[in-house]
Design a protein around this ligand. Sequence first.
Ligand SMILES: NC(=O)c1ccc[n+]([C@@H]2O[C@H](COP(=O)([O-])OP(=O)(O)OC[C@H]3O[C@@H](n4cnc5c(N)ncnc54)[C@H](OP(=O)(O)O)[C@@H]3O)[C@@H](O)[C@H]2O)c1
Length: 298
Amino acid sequence: MRDGDVSKGEIGIIGAGRLGASLAAAIAARGYRLTAIASRSEVSARALAAQLGDGALVLNARALVAACELVFLTVPDGELEGLASSLPWRAGRAVVHCSGALGLDVLAPAVARGAVAGCLHPLQTFPTRSGDATRFHGITCGVEAPEPLGARLEAIARALGAEPVRLEGVDRALYHAAAVFASNYVVALAAAAARGWALAGLPPDRARVALATLTANAARDVGERELRDALTGPIARGDVGTVARHLDALAREPGLRELYRRLGRELLALEPSPSPDAVARLRALLGAVEGEGAAGEA
Ligand SMILES: NC(=O)c1ccc[n+]([C@@H]2O[C@H](COP(=O)([O-])OP(=O)(O)OC[C@H]3O[C@@H](n4cnc5c(N)ncnc54)[C@H](OP(=O)(O)O)[C@@H]3O)[C@@H](O)[C@H]2O)c1
């Protein structure tokens, strides 16, 4: 990799992976000067630069920090501290990580050298390295940084099509756990649903697409209505007999049955059914205990 002759006040990205590719594409698409890309391997950095077309230099990470005034670290969380410690950060540099689970303290070594630390965390999945600027449209981005960097990151988030939410004072582990529920655990639900589909005797190769369409429509409803109003199905209707039949059928797969019951209890906490009698019978079937609700297990 080579050093580039670039002016200050420009943006660099270290980490040409899944988020790095889409962040780079979005920043470039919005007219920001994306000056340089660096990555652990030059091959990755060059592949991303090629996706972006003209403009972004491929530099090594040290040269990128020397060249760019705002540096996004889109590397695995475990690499952040090492990069904060080893690169030539200095006053006039802003270093921004994109981890949901970590606060700014992981960048303390860079701050000790005079840099300003921030976080821009997109509440979105980036499953591939195909840079897709549109994945920022309509999402929420967590932002944390002292001013004026915080306001600048909010402005960048808005320019990419996202709505910022400030993370100062937020329990980051709980924030990230919430994001895991809303994204990764949807994959867990898809796996559980596919097991039920196959147990029912349906062709396993049809499960993913058939069930994903259902999931996508349910998720859209959740975005458009209060949770209780988005809910359909036997628990919403107070259809105790159907839930009992599900539980009987799932007896051959105790793990799946327990998951069904636990998630059903979460729905009961929304008080979905108009019939107190049905709710009481559903609570008994699903194993709800007194005091259990959306706030947690009693
Ligand atoms: N993917 C998502 O859905 C998502 C969503 C929100 C936030 N995030 C956050 O985004 C960050 C990156 O996640 P990701 O999923 O994009 O990871 P990823 O796809 O694994 O990409 C990580 C990239 O960082 C590069 N890298 C690793 N160690 C490095 C080092 N020491 N120096 C320079 N480059 C290094 C890798 O290098 P090579 O390719 O060069 O080997 C790779 O290109 C994490 O903080 C994650 O929490 C990810």
